[in-house]
Design a protein around this ligand. Structure first.
Ligand SMILES: CC(C)(COP(=O)(O)OP(=O)(O)OC[C@H]1O[C@@H](n2cnc3c(N)ncnc32)[C@H](O)[C@@H]1OP(=O)(O)O)[C@@H](O)C(=O)NCCC(=O)NCCS
Length: 336
C-alpha cells in the first residue's frame, strides 16, 4: 500500500475523482445505508472550487492501482493558522489493515511540516453506541481526544405553510423595525461587508467544545467564492438576512438546495449578531428561508442540520420547527 498526494491533474481527472467519491461514499454510508449523501456532481463542484481562506490537499492510499482509502486536509490560511482539519475514509473491505492509521500519520506530518499545532477530524456515530463505536476507538488508537459532540437533525418536508406563518407571526412583534429578506445567490453588494462580519463570528460564538476558534476572516473575495462554490455544486444558495433600518445585516440563515435530482436541503449557518439576540431573529430568518425554498421546489423531502449538543438556543429553535435527532457527529483533536 502506498499513499500518494493527488495533484491538480488528478483533481481534474473524472476517473480518479470518481474513485475518490466512491471510496468516500462506501466508507461513510457503511452501517447507515439510508443516510443522505451528496451526489457526484455536488462533490466535484465543491472539491474543484477555490477558497482563498483554506488550502485543500488530497491524499489517496493505493493497493496497486486500486484506491483503498483517501483523505482531505484543509489548512486555514487567514486565521486559525495553528489548526488544520481532515476527513478520512477507508473502504469497507480494507479496514483493520492499518490504512487509516497510515493516512492519519501522513496528514499529521503534513500539518506539522506546515507549523500547525492542532489537527482536527470528525466522524459520524450512532446515538446508542457513541462511546464505543469503531470510529471512536480508531480516533483513540491514533492519539485523538474527543473535543465536541454535534447532533445531526432532520426535518421532513413539506412543512405546512400555515405552520411557517405561525412562527413568522410569533417572531415579528419582537423585531419591529428590522426587515427580513431572502436572496438567492449573492446578496446585494451593499450588504456583503456586514454579512461577512457575521459569517466570521459564527465559529467564535457557536460552542466548539475543547477547541477555541479565532474569528474567521471572511473577506468579500471569500464570500464571492462561497457563492460560486455553491453554484458549481449545482445548488442554489438561499440567504435570508435581517436588516436594521440603515441596512446592516444583523442576522442570517443559509440553506443550500439542489437544483438537480436531489431533494435534500442543507442548512448551513444561522447566526444572530451579539448585540441583537433575544428578538427571535433566529426563528424568523429560518422560517422565512424555509418558506422560500419550499415555494421554489414542491418536491423537497428533507432539511439536514447539525449543531453542538450544548448549543441550547439553536437546538431549541430546531426542535420547535420539528427537527428530529438522527445521529451524532463527534469532533476529535490531537495536539501535534
Ligand atoms: C475510521 C476508519 C478511517 C479506520 O480505518 P482503518 O484502516 O480500518 O483503521 P486502522 O486499520 O489503521 O486501525 C488503527 C487502529 O484503530 C483501532 N480501530 C480501528 N477500527 C476499529 C474497530 N472496528 N474496532 C476497534 N478498534 C478499531 C484499532 O486500535 C486499530 O489498531 P489495530 O488494528 O492494530 O488494533 C474507517 O473505519 C473509516 O473510513 N470510517 C468511516 C469514515 C470516518 O469516520 N472517518 C473519520 C475517523 S476519525
Amino acid at each position: 500500500m502506498d499513499i500518494r498526494a493527488l495533484d491538480d491533474t488528478a483533481l481534474a481527472d473524472d476517473v480518479v475523482m470518481r474513485d475518490f467519491y466512491d471510496v468516500n461514499r462506501r466508507a461513510q454510508l457503511h452501517g447507515r445505508l439510508h443516510a443522505p449523501f451528496w451526489e457526484f456532481g455536488e462533490f466535484l463542484g465543491a472539491f474543484r472550487s477555490t477558497d482563498s481562506g483554506e488550502r485543500q490537499e488530497l491524499f489517496a492510499a493505493y493497493d496497486g492501482d486500486r484506491m483503498v482509502g483517501n483523505a482531505v486536509l484543509w489548512s486555514f490560511l487567514l486565521d486559525n493558522t495553528d489548526k488544520a482539519w481532515f476527513h478520512l475514509s477507508v473502504d469497507v473491505p480494507e479496514r483493520r489493515r492499518g490504512i487509516g492509521r497510515a493516512l492519519a500519520q501522513r496528514l499529521e506530518q503534513t500539518a506539522k511540516d506546515d507549523d500547525r499545532s492542532l489537527i482536527l477530524a470528525d466522524a459520524i456515530l450512532p446515538f446508542d453506541d457513541r462511546e464505543c463505536h469503531a470510529h471512536q476507538r480508531f480516533a483513540a488508537a491514533c492519539g485523538y481526544e474527543l473535543s465536541n459532540y454535534e447532533v445531526v437533525r432532520h426535518l421532513p418536508l413539506p412543512v405546512p405553510d400555515e405552520q411557517i406563518q405561525e412562527w413568522i407571526d410569533e417572531a415579528a412583534p419582537r423585531h419591529a423595525g428590522f426587515t427580513v429578506q431572502t436572496f438567492v445567490g449573492a446578496v446585494p453588494d451593499d450588504l456583503v461587508e456586514s454579512l461577512c462580519v457575521l459569517l466570521g463570528q459564527l465559529a467564535v460564538d457557536a460552542p466548539t467544545g475543547a477547541v477555541d476558534f479565532d474569528e474567521e476572516a471572511v473577506t468579500p473575495q471569500r464570500y464571492a467564492e462561497m457563492v460560486a462554490t455553491t453554484a458549481a455544486m449545482g445548488r442554489a444558495r438561499y440567504e435570508t438576512v435581517a436588516l436594521t433600518p440603515d441596512r446592516q445585516v444583523v442576522a442570517q440563515s443559509t440553506l443550500a438546495m439542489s437544483l438537480e435530482q436531489s431533494t435534500k436541503v442543507y442548512q448551513w449557518g444561522t447566526f444572530v449578531h451579539r448585540e441583537h439576540r433575544g428578538h427571535k431573529l433566529g426563528l424568523a430568518t429560518k422560517a422565512v428561508n424555509l418558506r422560500a425554498v419550499q415555494t421554489m421546489r414542491g418536491d423537497l423531502t428533507l432539511v439536514i442540520t447539525q449543531n453542538a449538543e450544548t448549543n441550547n438556543y439553536m437546538v431549541s429553535i430546531n426542535e420547535r420547527m420539528g427537527f428530529r435527532p438522527i445521529e451524532v457527529a463527534a469532533e476529535f483533536v490531537k495536539r501535534l
